[in-house]
Design a protein around this ligand. Structure first.
Ligand code: FPP
Length: 244
C-alpha cells in the first residue's frame, strides 16, 4: 500500500474500450456504455477508499458529437437517466459533483439532471467527482485565450498587460476554479494517447495506460495505478538531487 502523501490528489480517467467490450460479446455499443456507466459509479467509491480527493472522468468529448446519432443520443439519455438515480448514493458517500466542458450545449434534459445533481451535492466534502462532458482540452484553452483577450482590451495598456501575463494569470482564465492540478491520468482500453483531455493540466501529470476495456475495470486495477504513481519521482523539470 502506498503512503498517504504519495496518493495522487487528482486522478483523471479516460474510460476507453466500451465499444470493443460490447463488440467482443456481440452486444450493441450502447450496452458497453451502460456497463461503463456502472464502472464509473464503482470507481468513485474505489477512488474515495484510496484517499483520492478529486476524480475526473472523460464521459463525453467535444469530438464525440461526430459519433452515430443513436450513440450520442443514447449516451445523453444515459446521463439524464442515471445522474438523478445516483444522487442519494453521492449524498451518502460525500461526493460533490462538478463538471468541466461546455455544459450549455448539452441536451436540455441532460443539463437539468447535471445541474440538479451538482446543486444537491454542492456541500459534500469527501471526494469531488468531476464529469468532463462536451469537454475538449484545446477548446478549454481557446476559451481561456478569448477571456484573456477581452480582459486585455479593457486594460489601459493592453499590450503591456498581455506582455506581463504569467502562467498562473492565464491558468486563472481557464474556468477550472477549484480543480486541482492533474496528478495522474489513467487511460483504459489499450491506446496510449491523451485525446484532447486536460491538455493544460497534463503538463506534469503522470500517465498510466491499462489494456483493460473500461467495463472490466476493477478496484485492483485502480490500486495498481495508484501504487505505480507512488513509486515515480515527479521532478517538475528539476533534477533528482535538487528534490532530495
Ligand atoms: C470510450 O469508449 C467511452 C466513451 C466515449 C464514453 C464514456 C461513457 C461512459 C463510461 C458512460 C458514462 C457517461 C455518460 C455520458 C452516461 P469507446 O466507445 O470509444 O470504446 P471503443 O474505443 O472500444 O470503441
Amino acid at each position: 500500500m502506498s503512503s498517504q502523501q504519495s496518493v495522487p490528489a487528482h486522478v483523471a480517467i479516460i474510460m476507453d474500450g466500451n465499444g470493443r467490450w460490447a463488440k467482443s460479446r456481440n452486444l450493441p455499443r450502447l450496452e458497453g456504455h451502460r456497463r461503463g456507466a456502472d464502472r464509473a459509479r464503482d470507481v468513485v467509491e474505489w477512488a474515495k477508499d484510496a484517499g483520492i480527493k478529486q476524480l475526473s472522468l472523460y464521459a463525453f468529448s467535444t469530438e464525440n458529437w461526430e459519433r452515430p446519432d443513436a450513440e450520442v443520443r443514447g449516451l445523453m439519455a444515459l446521463l439524464a437517466l442515471l445522474l438523478p438515480r445516483r444522487v442519494p448514493e453521492m449524498m451518502q458517500e460525500g461526493v460533490r459533483l462538478l463538471a468541466l466542458g461546455d455544459i450549455d450545449a448539452l441536451p436540455k434534459r441532460a443539463q437539468r439532471a447535471l445541474r440538479a445533481a451538482m446543486e444537491k451535492t454542492a456541500a459534500n466534502k469527501t471526494i469531488d467527482l468531476i464529469l468532463c462532458l462536451n469537454y475538449g482540452g484545446r477548446q478549454e484553452i481557446l476559451a481561456g485565450v478569448r477571456r484573456t483577450l477581452l480582459w486585455a482590451l479593457e486594460q489601459e495598456d493592453p499590450k503591456a498587460a498581455v506582455a506581463a501575463l504569467t502562467v498562473d494569470d492565464f491558468a486563472a482564465q481557464l474556468g477550472r476554479d477549484g480543480v486541482l492540478p492533474v496528478d495522474l491520468i489513467i487511460r483504459t482500453g489499450g491506446e496510449q494517447r491523451i485525446s484532447n483531455f486536460h491538455l493544460w493540466d497534463s503538463a506534469y501529470a503522470e500517465l498510466y495506460f491499462s489494456p483493460t476495456y473500461w467495463p472490466d475495470y476493477t478496484r485492483e486495477e485502480l490500486q495498481a495505478a495508484v501504487d505505480d504513481y507512488a513509486r515515480r519521482e515527479r521532478r517538475f523539470g528539476l533534477t533528482g538531487e535538487q528534490l532530495r
